[in-house]
Design a protein around this ligand. Structure first.
Ligand code: NAP
Length: 686
């Protein structure tokens, strides 16, 4: 065959390779060849070696903050070039709206992880996971936990349905964590991931070896992994089960995170009537989940639990909506639903649909659904939206077991809410359930039970609907994954996703040693005291452990009265002698916020200097009361420095400094303890 289509190349050991075409990948609508895989076998040993050497080295030459910055720059770069990805995306059958979820959803995930890294991760490559626990009586021996980047490779195996988002949602946390990755997209839509990886590499900001790509088979890749590596998988439960059982992964204890298929549910609660807004919202959510990506979403609603008395009304509402979906070639702007990603998928969906039809009635028949002009079932992978009804869902096992990965959903009538929840649980572990209800007590009861079997639960009501991101959208800040059949993985979820790629280790030692390891001041560790007030030092000059012990201040009744006047806080504990005497403290005490304010007065260095702003307190505890006549003083110690590489409006560099504050009384008892967060200017522009 003469080929004027690109041969998709793998990228391993810093080289694109593969010239000989192997499998031809077809456009989902027209059936015309779009690209082909390559025939040459990759050298996975070389790819792994490259990642473990150059990749790890290059990534760890940066710290968490710098990697977060690169992610931000990368998301900007991809945004600027997104149209070339959209062009490839239409081959998968995706409409512009479908492509938006995959492409812009993926880019937004990069950006979300960039912000997360910038806000929550330290400078350096050691993440301290407190608290510090005292392991001896005198404070000479403490323990804590650190998380450090694994010195291996993350192999990211993805399903065909989200070729961009699927890689980016895995790449972002692993890159942030400092692990190089080898991306293995599903073959049928690998041209889109190939286009993405080319664009990512062309950007030029990724350390050498941090991203590699495999087109086609993984060969012996998994057999070559070791305990520092990690595999993340998205795909069918059957493939997950097979890969998880790889003898090498098992014997070497290679972590395996799986997001697999799932028979997600939507439950219309008994309190919702056809005239309620929630009824319409529920119907819209179902139709959207059938239409978007032609139902090829791991989170799509496969089973719809409906109160038996509302079955007819809901069926009617759904029929009306489904009949209006315009199915056709996604290049046409009025098309709302494209074909499935490939003819193989079409054959699979039609075969699985036949299995369900044996025990189900048809409420809306996709076989009768008209296609827009130019869309042909013979050349393209079109399947019309299909709604089934299973009258006795507790008796039909297949309805809870067969995932038809297309625009197909089934109505399951129920008699009471507990029955609906039991039906949802028959999915043996799902990614997500939606519960539409107007009643908080129903939500509270149902969510507690549904949570056991789901990774995420959306409560749908009219208020949430005003801003809801919908049933089907995994979000980078919330967990994406599910128990049991859904794989048991936790692909997303803010910092949790990053920590998958970090090794957690307990560290024991003296406070000074543990402080040196975690890169933070720990109480009991050596401090640095000098004549220079720490607030007079610029960010670069300040050292962790630099400390100031303030002068003292005796707290008087006048202080309490004055503070009550300024704040308007006349709480009895400060102003009612009789009530205070009957309280556990036995006498009037100073306001906790007065103690805070007085401590600030003790440690502040008032003249203009490098400290630009105080923007908050963390971990505040009032530990002992401060009584009239008590004498307090504060100790301020530089605890943590985070360089977010930020500049102010004048272009001056600045960093975040966290200060440990201890306020003690005349008996050296701790009365207040907290962290202060400040922005501190750099001497030199960054
Ligand atoms: P799949 O057939 O299980 O394939 C998933 C991935 O595994 C593909 O990249 C595939 O590559 C690869 N793979 C298959 N056998 C392999 C082997 N022996 N060694 C290494 N890699 C292997 O799934 P799919 O058809 O692509 O995707 C559809 C399924 O994914 C649906 O069931 C859906 O529910 C599920 N899914 C789940 C999620 C989630 O987050 N939970 C998200 C999306 C999709 P090849 O393509 O080269 O075979």
């Amino acid at each position: 065959m003469t080929m004027d289509i690109p041969v998709l190349q793998s990228y391993l050991a810093d080289q694109w390779f593969g010239r000989e075409p192997l499998d031809v990948l077809l456009d989902a609508s027209s059936g015309v060849a779009a690209a082909s895989t390559h025939a040459e076998k990759p050298d996975f040993a070389a790819g792994l070696h490259h990642a473990r050497r150059q990749g790890v080295h290059g990534l760890l030459a940066l710290d968490f903050q710098e990697r977060a910055q690169r992610l931000k720059q990368l998301s900007k770069h991809l945004s600027e070039h997104k149209e070339e990805l959209y062009a490839w995306s239409t081959h998968t059958g995706a409409t512009r709206a479908d492509g938006w979820i995959d492409i812009e959803g993926g880019i937004a995930t990069l950006s979300a992880y960039a912000s997360l890294g910038s806000n929550e991760l330290p400078s350096g490559n050691v993440l301290h996971e407190g608290p510090v626990v005292s392991l001896g009586r005198k404070g000479h021996f403490v323990g804590s936990h650190i998380l450090v980047p694994r010195e291996g490779v993350a192999v990211h195996i993805d399903a065909f349905n989200f070729p961009i988002w699927g890689l980016l949602e895995k790449f972002a946390p692993s890159f942030l964590a400092g692990m190089p990755c080898i991306a293995k997209p599903a073959t049928s839509t690998s041209y889109l991931t190939w286009a993405l990886v080319r664009r990512m590499l062309q950007w030029g900001g990724l350390p050498v070896g941090s991203l590699q790509l495999v087109i086609g088979s993984t060969g012996d890749l998994l057999d070559r992994l070791d305990g520092q590596d990690i595999v993340t998988f998205t795909g069918s439960a059957a493939t997950a089960a097979k890969l998880r059982a790889n003898p090498n992964l098992l014997s070497r204890g290679v972590p395996f995170n799986a997001e697999a298929d799932s028979l997600n549910s939507a439950i219309l609660a008994p309190d919702v009537k056809p005239e309620d807004a929630e009824f319409e919202l529920f119907a819209e959510e179902i139709v959207r989940e059938m239409r978007v990506k032609a139902g090829q979403k791991c989170t799509a609603i496969r089973r719809i639990m409906v109160p038996r008395r509302q079955l007819e009304a809901l069926s009617q509402r759904l029929r009306e909506k489904l009949s209006k979906i315009v199915v056709g070639d996604p290049r046409s702007s009025d098309v709302q639903m494209g074909p499935l990603a490939s003819k193989a998928q079409q054959a699979d969906v039609l075969a699985q649909l036949q299995r369900l039809r044996k025990d189900c009635a048809t409420v809306y028949d996709g076989g009768e659904h008209p296609f827009a002009p130019g869309a042909h079932a013979q050349t393209g992978a079109f399947v019309g939206p299909t709604l089934l009804l299973c009258e006795r869902p507790s008796e039909v096992a297949e309805i809870h077991d067969v995932e038809v990965f297309g625009p197909v959903s089934t109505l399951l009538p129920y008699d009471d809410m507990d029955e609906a929840l039991e039906l949802a649980a028959r999915g043996q572990g799902s990614l997500v359930a939606t519960i539409a209800t107007r009643d908080a007590a129903t939500a509270s009861h149902a969510v507690r039970r549904a949570a056991v079997h789901h990774g995420r639960v959306l409560i749908l009501d009219a208020q949430a609907a005003q801003e809801s991101t919908g049933h089907g959208a995994p979000l980078p800040m919330l967990k994406h994954g599910g128990p049991g059949r859904a794989g048991g993985g936790e692909e997303l979820g803010g910092l949790r996703a990053v920590t998958h790629y970090l090794q957690r280790t307990a560290v024991q030692g003296s406070p000074s040693m543990v402080a040196a390891v975690v890169g933070e001041y720990i109480r009991g560790a050596a401090r640095i005291e000098s004549d220079v007030h720490p607030f007079r030092r610029h960010f670069e000059e300040l050292q962790i452990g630099e400390s100031l012990l303030t002068h003292r201040r005796t707290v008087t009744e006048a202080d309490i009265v004055a503070f009550g006047g300024i704040s308007g806080d006349y709480f009895y504990m400060h102003f009612d002698e009789i009530a205070a005497r009957q309280s556990p403290f036995g006498q009037r005490i100073a306001h906790g916020y007065f103690v805070l304010s007085a401590a600030a007065g003790l440690f502040v260095s008032p003249a203009p200097g490098p400290v630009l702003a105080n923007y908050g307190l963390d971990t505040l505890r009032f530990i002992k009361p401060v009584r009239i006549g008590d004498t307090i003083r504060a100790r301020l110690t530089c605890k943590r420095k985070t360089d977010r590489r930020k500049t102010d409006a004048q272009g001056r560099g600045q960093g975040v400094v966290t200060w440990d504050v201890e306020v003690r009384n005349q008996d050296e008892d701790l009365v207040a303890s907290y962290d202060i967060l400040t922005l501190v200017a750099k001497r030199n522009a960054d």
